[in-house]
Design a protein around this ligand. Structure first.
Ligand code: B12
Ligand code: SF4
Ligand code: SF4
Length: 312
Protein backbone atom coordinates (compact mmCIF):
# COMPACT_ATOMS: atom_id res chain seq x y z
CA UNK A 1 0.00 0.00 0.00
CA UNK A 2 2.66 2.56 1.10
CA UNK A 3 4.79 1.43 -1.84
CA UNK A 4 2.13 2.13 -4.48
CA UNK A 5 1.34 5.59 -3.02
CA UNK A 6 5.02 6.55 -2.99
CA UNK A 7 5.68 5.14 -6.47
CA UNK A 8 2.88 7.38 -7.77
CA UNK A 9 4.46 10.55 -6.43
CA UNK A 10 8.26 10.35 -6.29
CA UNK A 11 11.17 9.02 -8.36
CA UNK A 12 12.68 6.97 -5.55
CA UNK A 13 12.39 6.34 -1.83
CA UNK A 14 14.33 4.45 0.82
CA UNK A 15 13.62 3.96 4.48
CA UNK A 16 15.59 3.98 7.74
CA UNK A 17 14.10 3.30 11.16
CA UNK A 18 13.75 6.29 13.47
CA UNK A 19 15.63 4.28 16.10
CA UNK A 20 18.65 3.74 13.82
CA UNK A 21 18.64 7.35 12.63
CA UNK A 22 18.67 8.68 16.21
CA UNK A 23 21.37 6.20 17.26
CA UNK A 24 23.61 7.19 14.32
CA UNK A 25 23.08 10.91 14.92
CA UNK A 26 24.05 10.46 18.56
CA UNK A 27 27.12 8.48 17.50
CA UNK A 28 28.41 10.86 14.79
CA UNK A 29 26.96 14.24 15.83
CA UNK A 30 26.89 14.04 19.67
CA UNK A 31 28.27 17.59 19.92
CA UNK A 32 25.15 19.00 18.19
CA UNK A 33 22.80 18.04 21.06
CA UNK A 34 19.85 17.57 18.70
CA UNK A 35 16.23 17.34 19.86
CA UNK A 36 14.54 14.19 18.49
CA UNK A 37 11.14 14.70 20.17
CA UNK A 38 9.31 15.29 16.86
CA UNK A 39 10.63 11.99 15.41
CA UNK A 40 9.81 9.72 18.36
CA UNK A 41 6.08 9.10 17.65
CA UNK A 42 7.08 7.50 14.32
CA UNK A 43 8.73 4.21 13.31
CA UNK A 44 10.36 5.07 9.98
CA UNK A 45 11.95 7.96 8.14
CA UNK A 46 11.27 7.43 4.45
CA UNK A 47 13.59 9.58 2.35
CA UNK A 48 11.92 10.72 -0.88
CA UNK A 49 13.73 11.78 -4.06
CA UNK A 50 12.67 13.85 -7.04
CA UNK A 51 15.24 14.11 -9.79
CA UNK A 52 15.75 17.22 -11.92
CA UNK A 53 16.99 17.39 -15.51
CA UNK A 54 20.64 17.75 -16.47
CA UNK A 55 19.98 20.18 -19.31
CA UNK A 56 20.55 23.81 -18.49
CA UNK A 57 20.45 27.17 -20.21
CA UNK A 58 23.86 28.34 -21.48
CA UNK A 59 25.19 31.37 -19.57
CA UNK A 60 24.59 34.52 -21.63
CA UNK A 61 27.74 36.22 -20.36
CA UNK A 62 28.48 39.78 -19.24
CA UNK A 63 25.46 41.64 -17.88
CA UNK A 64 23.74 38.50 -16.57
CA UNK A 65 23.76 36.57 -13.32
CA UNK A 66 23.34 32.80 -13.49
CA UNK A 67 21.09 30.95 -11.09
CA UNK A 68 22.36 27.60 -9.86
CA UNK A 69 20.72 24.63 -11.64
CA UNK A 70 18.75 23.31 -8.66
CA UNK A 71 16.77 26.57 -8.53
CA UNK A 72 15.64 26.60 -12.19
CA UNK A 73 11.95 26.08 -12.84
CA UNK A 74 9.44 25.82 -10.03
CA UNK A 75 10.65 25.90 -6.43
CA UNK A 76 11.15 22.25 -5.38
CA UNK A 77 9.76 23.08 -1.93
CA UNK A 78 6.40 23.94 -3.53
CA UNK A 79 6.44 20.83 -5.74
CA UNK A 80 7.39 18.58 -2.81
CA UNK A 81 4.87 20.18 -0.41
CA UNK A 82 1.97 19.39 -2.71
CA UNK A 83 3.18 15.83 -3.19
CA UNK A 84 3.70 15.38 0.56
CA UNK A 85 0.16 16.59 1.25
CA UNK A 86 -1.25 14.12 -1.29
CA UNK A 87 0.84 11.29 0.15
CA UNK A 88 -0.25 12.09 3.74
CA UNK A 89 -3.92 12.14 2.68
CA UNK A 90 -3.70 8.88 0.72
CA UNK A 91 -2.00 7.12 3.65
CA UNK A 92 -4.45 8.55 6.22
CA UNK A 93 -7.27 6.82 4.33
CA UNK A 94 -5.48 3.54 5.14
CA UNK A 95 -5.05 4.54 8.79
CA UNK A 96 -1.34 5.20 8.35
CA UNK A 97 -0.15 8.42 9.98
CA UNK A 98 2.59 10.21 8.09
CA UNK A 99 4.26 13.63 8.29
CA UNK A 100 6.15 15.03 5.32
CA UNK A 101 8.96 17.59 5.52
CA UNK A 102 11.26 19.27 3.07
CA UNK A 103 14.41 21.19 3.99
CA UNK A 104 13.79 21.35 7.70
CA UNK A 105 16.72 21.54 10.02
CA UNK A 106 15.55 18.83 12.43
CA UNK A 107 16.30 16.04 9.93
CA UNK A 108 19.58 15.91 8.06
CA UNK A 109 18.17 14.69 4.75
CA UNK A 110 21.45 13.57 3.15
CA UNK A 111 22.54 11.68 6.25
CA UNK A 112 19.10 9.99 6.49
CA UNK A 113 19.30 9.13 2.76
CA UNK A 114 22.74 7.60 3.26
CA UNK A 115 21.55 5.51 6.23
CA UNK A 116 18.46 4.46 4.23
CA UNK A 117 20.72 3.08 1.47
CA UNK A 118 19.80 5.60 -1.24
CA UNK A 119 23.38 6.44 -2.14
CA UNK A 120 26.66 7.66 -0.71
CA UNK A 121 27.83 11.07 0.48
CA UNK A 122 30.56 12.32 -1.82
CA UNK A 123 33.47 14.63 -1.02
CA UNK A 124 31.28 17.36 -2.53
CA UNK A 125 28.81 16.72 0.35
CA UNK A 126 26.05 15.50 -1.95
CA UNK A 127 23.95 12.41 -1.61
CA UNK A 128 24.97 10.66 -4.84
CA UNK A 129 22.29 8.38 -6.26
CA UNK A 130 23.14 5.50 -8.68
CA UNK A 131 20.62 6.66 -11.32
CA UNK A 132 20.29 10.40 -10.72
CA UNK A 133 23.80 11.29 -9.50
CA UNK A 134 23.58 14.60 -7.61
CA UNK A 135 20.55 15.70 -9.64
CA UNK A 136 17.93 15.05 -7.02
CA UNK A 137 16.03 16.94 -4.36
CA UNK A 138 15.35 15.23 -1.05
CA UNK A 139 12.44 15.28 1.39
CA UNK A 140 11.41 13.02 4.27
CA UNK A 141 8.23 11.30 5.34
CA UNK A 142 7.86 10.20 8.97
CA UNK A 143 5.62 7.12 9.07
CA UNK A 144 4.08 5.38 12.11
CA UNK A 145 4.74 1.93 10.54
CA UNK A 146 7.86 0.01 9.71
CA UNK A 147 8.70 0.57 6.05
CA UNK A 148 11.25 -1.80 4.59
CA UNK A 149 13.29 -1.07 1.46
CA UNK A 150 16.40 -2.61 -0.10
CA UNK A 151 19.67 -0.65 0.01
CA UNK A 152 21.58 0.07 -3.18
CA UNK A 153 25.11 -1.29 -3.42
CA UNK A 154 27.37 1.26 -1.78
CA UNK A 155 29.57 3.30 -4.14
CA UNK A 156 32.28 5.80 -3.12
CA UNK A 157 34.58 8.51 -4.50
CA UNK A 158 37.56 6.18 -4.83
CA UNK A 159 40.70 8.14 -5.66
CA UNK A 160 38.80 11.05 -7.21
CA UNK A 161 39.30 14.56 -5.79
CA UNK A 162 37.91 16.61 -8.69
CA UNK A 163 35.36 18.58 -6.64
CA UNK A 164 37.98 19.38 -3.98
CA UNK A 165 40.37 20.64 -6.66
CA UNK A 166 37.72 22.65 -8.53
CA UNK A 167 35.93 24.31 -5.57
CA UNK A 168 36.40 28.09 -6.02
CA UNK A 169 36.27 28.74 -2.26
CA UNK A 170 38.50 25.85 -1.09
CA UNK A 171 35.52 24.81 1.01
CA UNK A 172 36.01 21.06 0.48
CA UNK A 173 38.50 18.56 1.84
CA UNK A 174 38.12 14.78 2.18
CA UNK A 175 35.21 14.29 4.61
CA UNK A 176 34.98 17.95 5.55
CA UNK A 177 33.24 21.09 4.44
CA UNK A 178 33.73 24.71 5.52
CA UNK A 179 30.41 26.48 5.07
CA UNK A 180 31.94 29.96 5.42
CA UNK A 181 34.08 29.33 2.34
CA UNK A 182 31.30 27.86 0.18
CA UNK A 183 30.23 30.20 -2.61
CA UNK A 184 26.69 28.86 -2.45
CA UNK A 185 26.52 30.00 1.18
CA UNK A 186 28.21 33.34 0.38
CA UNK A 187 25.63 34.10 -2.35
CA UNK A 188 22.76 33.42 0.08
CA UNK A 189 23.85 34.96 3.38
CA UNK A 190 22.80 38.45 4.46
CA UNK A 191 26.20 39.49 5.74
CA UNK A 192 28.89 42.00 4.75
CA UNK A 193 31.11 40.48 2.07
CA UNK A 194 34.89 40.82 2.16
CA UNK A 195 36.89 41.85 -0.91
CA UNK A 196 38.06 38.24 -1.32
CA UNK A 197 34.44 37.00 -1.27
CA UNK A 198 33.30 39.69 -3.73
CA UNK A 199 36.08 38.68 -6.16
CA UNK A 200 34.68 35.14 -6.32
CA UNK A 201 31.54 36.26 -8.16
CA UNK A 202 32.19 35.35 -11.80
CA UNK A 203 28.88 34.34 -13.36
CA UNK A 204 26.58 33.04 -10.61
CA UNK A 205 24.23 35.39 -8.79
CA UNK A 206 22.77 32.61 -6.62
CA UNK A 207 24.18 29.23 -5.62
CA UNK A 208 27.12 27.32 -7.09
CA UNK A 209 27.18 24.14 -9.19
CA UNK A 210 30.90 23.57 -9.68
CA UNK A 211 31.29 20.57 -7.34
CA UNK A 212 28.39 18.87 -9.16
CA UNK A 213 29.43 19.82 -12.68
CA UNK A 214 32.90 18.28 -12.31
CA UNK A 215 31.68 15.08 -10.64
CA UNK A 216 32.23 11.96 -12.79
CA UNK A 217 29.31 10.29 -11.00
CA UNK A 218 27.02 12.61 -12.98
CA UNK A 219 28.22 11.10 -16.31
CA UNK A 220 25.61 8.86 -17.91
CA UNK A 221 22.93 9.54 -15.31
CA UNK A 222 19.29 9.57 -16.38
CA UNK A 223 17.19 12.01 -14.35
CA UNK A 224 13.47 12.16 -15.10
CA UNK A 225 12.48 14.93 -17.55
CA UNK A 226 9.92 16.87 -15.55
CA UNK A 227 8.67 20.09 -17.13
CA UNK A 228 8.32 21.97 -13.80
CA UNK A 229 12.09 21.72 -13.27
CA UNK A 230 13.20 22.71 -16.79
CA UNK A 231 15.45 25.76 -17.19
CA UNK A 232 13.44 28.79 -18.24
CA UNK A 233 14.11 32.46 -19.03
CA UNK A 234 14.60 33.21 -15.31
CA UNK A 235 17.60 30.86 -15.06
CA UNK A 236 19.72 33.94 -15.68
CA UNK A 237 18.92 37.41 -14.53
CA UNK A 238 19.66 40.61 -16.41
CA UNK A 239 21.60 42.61 -13.81
CA UNK A 240 20.48 46.11 -14.79
CA UNK A 241 16.81 45.05 -14.98
CA UNK A 242 17.14 43.52 -11.51
CA UNK A 243 18.65 46.70 -10.08
CA UNK A 244 16.01 48.87 -11.77
CA UNK A 245 13.11 46.88 -10.24
CA UNK A 246 11.62 47.30 -6.78
CA UNK A 247 11.92 44.39 -4.32
CA UNK A 248 8.13 44.14 -4.33
CA UNK A 249 8.00 43.76 -8.13
CA UNK A 250 10.78 41.17 -8.02
CA UNK A 251 9.19 39.10 -5.25
CA UNK A 252 6.04 38.91 -7.34
CA UNK A 253 8.01 37.93 -10.48
CA UNK A 254 10.05 35.26 -8.72
CA UNK A 255 7.67 34.03 -5.99
CA UNK A 256 7.62 30.46 -7.33
CA UNK A 257 11.41 30.12 -7.55
CA UNK A 258 13.71 28.55 -4.95
CA UNK A 259 16.11 31.50 -5.18
CA UNK A 260 13.49 33.99 -3.92
CA UNK A 261 13.43 32.83 -0.31
CA UNK A 262 16.38 34.96 0.82
CA UNK A 263 14.81 38.14 -0.51
CA UNK A 264 15.80 40.45 -3.33
CA UNK A 265 18.35 42.66 -1.53
CA UNK A 266 20.79 39.71 -1.47
CA UNK A 267 20.42 39.25 -5.23
CA UNK A 268 20.95 42.99 -5.78
CA UNK A 269 24.11 42.94 -3.64
CA UNK A 270 25.35 39.96 -5.68
CA UNK A 271 24.51 41.83 -8.91
CA UNK A 272 26.87 44.65 -7.85
CA UNK A 273 29.63 42.14 -7.11
CA UNK A 274 29.18 40.64 -10.59
CA UNK A 275 29.21 44.11 -12.18
CA UNK A 276 32.49 44.89 -10.43
CA UNK A 277 34.16 41.72 -11.70
CA UNK A 278 32.61 42.07 -15.17
CA UNK A 279 33.84 45.70 -15.33
CA UNK A 280 30.36 47.06 -15.99
CA UNK A 281 30.53 50.85 -16.32
CA UNK A 282 27.09 51.37 -14.76
CA UNK A 283 28.24 49.92 -11.42
CA UNK A 284 28.67 53.25 -9.60
CA UNK A 285 25.22 54.48 -10.66
CA UNK A 286 23.49 51.31 -9.42
CA UNK A 287 25.57 51.06 -6.24
CA UNK A 288 24.50 54.58 -5.24
CA UNK A 289 20.88 53.88 -6.15
CA UNK A 290 20.82 50.68 -4.05
CA UNK A 291 22.63 52.35 -1.15
CA UNK A 292 20.06 55.19 -1.07
CA UNK A 293 17.09 52.82 -1.27
CA UNK A 294 18.15 50.73 1.78
CA UNK A 295 20.04 53.11 4.11
CA UNK A 296 19.31 51.07 7.27
CA UNK A 297 20.67 47.73 6.09
CA UNK A 298 24.20 47.53 7.57
CA UNK A 299 25.33 44.29 5.87
CA UNK A 300 24.41 45.77 2.49
CA UNK A 301 25.92 49.22 3.12
CA UNK A 302 29.21 47.67 4.26
CA UNK A 303 29.39 45.50 1.14
CA UNK A 304 28.60 48.44 -1.15
CA UNK A 305 31.42 50.44 0.51
CA UNK A 306 33.82 47.53 -0.02
CA UNK A 307 32.81 47.27 -3.67
CA UNK A 308 33.22 51.01 -4.24
CA UNK A 309 36.73 50.94 -2.71
CA UNK A 310 37.65 48.37 -5.40
CA UNK A 311 36.42 50.72 -8.17
CA UNK A 312 38.60 53.61 -6.99
C1 B12 B 1 21.96 24.34 5.35
C2 B12 B 1 21.98 23.77 3.95
C3 B12 B 1 22.90 24.30 3.06
C4 B12 B 1 24.03 25.21 3.52
C5 B12 B 1 25.11 24.28 4.14
C6 B12 B 1 25.37 23.04 3.28
C7 B12 B 1 26.15 21.92 3.94
N1 B12 B 1 26.94 21.22 3.12
O1 B12 B 1 26.03 21.64 5.11
C8 B12 B 1 24.45 25.89 2.17
C9 B12 B 1 23.71 27.19 2.00
C10 B12 B 1 25.94 26.16 2.00
C11 B12 B 1 23.93 24.86 1.18
C12 B12 B 1 24.41 24.80 -0.11
C13 B12 B 1 23.96 23.87 -1.01
N2 B12 B 1 22.90 23.06 -0.89
CO1 B12 B 1 21.93 22.80 0.75
N3 B12 B 1 21.03 22.33 2.31
C14 B12 B 1 21.08 22.75 3.56
C15 B12 B 1 20.08 22.00 4.44
C16 B12 B 1 18.84 22.89 4.62
C17 B12 B 1 20.62 21.54 5.78
C18 B12 B 1 22.01 20.85 5.69
C19 B12 B 1 22.69 20.88 7.01
O2 B12 B 1 22.06 20.98 8.02
N4 B12 B 1 24.00 20.84 6.99
C20 B12 B 1 24.73 20.97 8.19
C21 B12 B 1 25.22 19.59 8.71
C22 B12 B 1 24.16 18.54 8.93
O3 B12 B 1 26.11 19.07 7.79
P1 B12 B 1 27.52 18.49 8.27
O4 B12 B 1 27.71 18.69 9.73
O5 B12 B 1 28.51 19.06 7.33
O6 B12 B 1 27.35 16.91 7.98
C23 B12 B 1 27.40 16.38 6.66
C24 B12 B 1 28.74 15.75 6.28
O7 B12 B 1 29.79 16.23 7.04
C25 B12 B 1 28.54 14.27 6.39
N5 B12 B 1 29.00 13.60 7.61
C26 B12 B 1 29.49 14.11 8.75
N6 B12 B 1 29.74 13.12 9.61
C27 B12 B 1 29.39 11.98 8.99
C28 B12 B 1 29.47 10.67 9.44
C29 B12 B 1 29.01 9.65 8.59
C30 B12 B 1 29.06 8.25 9.05
C31 B12 B 1 28.53 9.95 7.28
C32 B12 B 1 28.06 8.92 6.34
C33 B12 B 1 28.50 11.29 6.85
C34 B12 B 1 28.94 12.26 7.72
O8 B12 B 1 27.15 14.06 6.36
C35 B12 B 1 26.45 15.24 6.55
C36 B12 B 1 25.63 15.36 5.31
O9 B12 B 1 24.31 15.21 5.61
C37 B12 B 1 19.76 20.74 3.54
C38 B12 B 1 18.37 20.13 3.75
C39 B12 B 1 18.34 19.22 4.99
N7 B12 B 1 17.41 19.45 5.88
O10 B12 B 1 19.15 18.31 5.13
C40 B12 B 1 20.00 21.27 2.11
C41 B12 B 1 20.60 20.33 1.04
C42 B12 B 1 21.73 19.57 1.66
N8 B12 B 1 21.15 21.26 0.06
C43 B12 B 1 21.03 20.84 -1.14
C44 B12 B 1 21.58 21.53 -2.25
C45 B12 B 1 21.07 21.11 -3.63
C46 B12 B 1 22.55 22.54 -2.08
C47 B12 B 1 23.39 23.22 -3.17
C48 B12 B 1 23.79 22.34 -4.31
C49 B12 B 1 22.69 24.44 -3.74
C50 B12 B 1 23.52 25.15 -4.80
N9 B12 B 1 23.54 24.64 -6.03
O11 B12 B 1 24.10 26.14 -4.52
C51 B12 B 1 24.61 23.71 -2.35
C52 B12 B 1 25.70 22.63 -2.29
C53 B12 B 1 26.82 22.94 -1.36
C54 B12 B 1 27.52 21.67 -0.91
N10 B12 B 1 28.61 21.30 -1.59
O12 B12 B 1 27.07 21.01 0.05
C55 B12 B 1 20.29 19.51 -1.23
C56 B12 B 1 21.29 18.38 -1.52
C57 B12 B 1 20.72 17.29 -2.41
C58 B12 B 1 21.69 16.14 -2.53
N11 B12 B 1 21.54 15.37 -3.59
O13 B12 B 1 22.55 15.92 -1.71
C59 B12 B 1 19.60 19.45 0.18
C60 B12 B 1 19.44 18.06 0.76
C61 B12 B 1 18.23 20.16 0.02
C62 B12 B 1 17.14 19.25 -0.57
N12 B12 B 1 16.01 19.19 0.15
O14 B12 B 1 17.27 18.63 -1.56
N13 B12 B 1 22.99 24.08 1.71
S1 SF4 C 1 28.90 24.68 -4.00
FE1 SF4 C 1 30.70 25.65 -5.00
S2 SF4 C 1 31.80 26.72 -3.35
FE2 SF4 C 1 30.34 25.29 -2.36
S3 SF4 C 1 31.51 23.41 -2.01
FE3 SF4 C 1 30.57 23.18 -4.05
S4 SF4 C 1 32.11 23.99 -5.52
FE4 SF4 C 1 32.69 24.68 -3.46
S1 SF4 D 1 33.93 14.85 -7.93
FE1 SF4 D 1 34.98 12.94 -7.39
S2 SF4 D 1 35.55 13.27 -5.22
FE2 SF4 D 1 33.97 14.76 -5.69
S3 SF4 D 1 32.04 13.76 -5.11
FE3 SF4 D 1 32.35 13.35 -7.30
S4 SF4 D 1 33.40 11.34 -7.30
FE4 SF4 D 1 33.58 12.18 -5.23
Amino acid sequence: MIESVLNNHVDDYKSVSVEDYIAMRKKHFAHKKEDFTALKPYQSIVVLALSFPLEQAKYKGKGYGYISRYAHGMDYHLVFREKLRNIEEALAKENIQAKGNVDINSIDERFAAFLAGMGFIGHNQFLIHPTYGTHLYLATLLVDKTVTTTDYLLDDCGECTRCIDACPGNALAPHSFDIEKCLSHITQEKKPLSTAEIKKFKSNIFGCDICQNVCPKNKGITPIKRSVFESDENAQIHLRTLLESSNKELMKRYENYAFAWRGMSVLKRNALALMLNQKDDSLEYYALKLSESLPNTPWLQTTINTIMKEVK
